[in-house]
Design a binder for this molecule. Structure first.
Ligand SMILES: Nc1ncnc2c1ncn2[C@@H]1O[C@H](COP(=O)(O)OP(=O)(O)O)[C@@H](O)[C@H]1O
Ligand SMILES: [Mg+2]
Length: 256
């Protein structure tokens, strides 16, 4: 099982949009996939038309052995399940901090699902709190959507420094640009120059587009209502490049 977390300290950068579309692509390729909507705002649950409600709430997940058969919801898309958001997730930090090992809670919750899924996607809330530290501990691939501005790059650099300090070595960080608008000079400059300093940024980017924004009205992944669009292709390209990145990391490890 592999855990992909879509994270940025900021809100409104496309974490939820990316989580839903990548989880859909993973599932439609035949991988048993699950997406956990960790944000109490419940964007992923909304897009997937599932009520943002978890019996027992955050406390139940952390304190008890969760009855996943009950809690996991089918999305109607083959191979894609959802662990919905719940309003109580806004107190998740407090519950985690009361545990003996506050940064191990998510790891413990997800452990029984190891054999049930090939890919798990965590749609993370913004911020840098105890829940985020849990996310970093449990994640294999940290996907970081960023709007192409100098300030975003600064925030990204800070995130990397934080991760280095925490020695989260296992974690593979993969940043990419979302909401790219090439009519804006600043977007053109940042996307053009980024690879000189940060070759780690994905070559594929996601454009700013009303077709992507329409997910909020359609309440479904982009592939269900605009599968032939350039925007759908941009997510396909992104997912492909992410997988290529992982494979090349695996090959490198073998030769080391
Ligand atoms: N590529 C895009 N083009 C246009 N609008 C987008 C794009 N990605 C996201 N949005 C819109 O921006 C808002 C925030 O996106 P969302 O995925 O919810 O961000 P986050 O989860 O980081 O808060 C939503 O209204 C969403 O529809
Ligand atoms: Mg979100």
């Amino acid at each position: 099982m592999k855990i992909y977390s879509v994270y940025n300290i900021k809100g409104g950068v496309g974490k939820t949009t990316t989580s839903v579309n990548l989880a859909y692509l993973s599932a439609s390729a035949g991988a048993r996939s699950m997406i956990w909507d960790l944000d109490p705002q419940g964007g992923t649950s909304y897009y997937l038309c599932v009520k943002p409600k978890v019996k027992g709430g955050a406390k139940g997940l952390i304190r008890k052995k969760p009855a996943f058969d009950d809690l996991l919801k089918m999305t109607g898309y083959p191979n894609l399940d959802l662990l919905p958001a719940d309003i109580s997730y806004r107190n998740m930090d407090q519950f985690l901090e009361r545990e003996d090992k506050p940064t191990h809670g998510l790891h413990r919750i997800l452990r029984p699902l190891r054999h049930q899924y090939d890919n798990i996607f965590l749609d993370c809330p913004p911020g840098l709190t105890t829940i985020t530290e849990n996310v970093f501990r449990v994640t294999d691939v940290l996907l970081v959507p960023l709007i192409p501005t100098p300030l975003s790059l600064r925030a990204y650099n800070r995130l990397v420094q934080f991760l280095v300090k925490r020695r989260t070595k296992k974690l593979q960080v993969i940043p990419f640009f979302n909401m790219v608008n090439t009519t804006k000079p600043i977007h053109r400059i940042v996307t053009k120059n980024v690879h000189a300093k940060h070759p780690i940024f994905l070559r594929n980017t996601i454009p700013e587009s009303t077709i992507i924004e329409a997910m909020g009205i359609k309440r479904s992944p982009i592939f269900t209502y605009a599968r032939e669009s350039d925007e759908a292709d941009s997510f396909r390209g992104l997912w492909k490049e992410i997988q290529q990145r992982e494979n090349s990391k695996k090959r490198k490890k073998k030769t080391d």
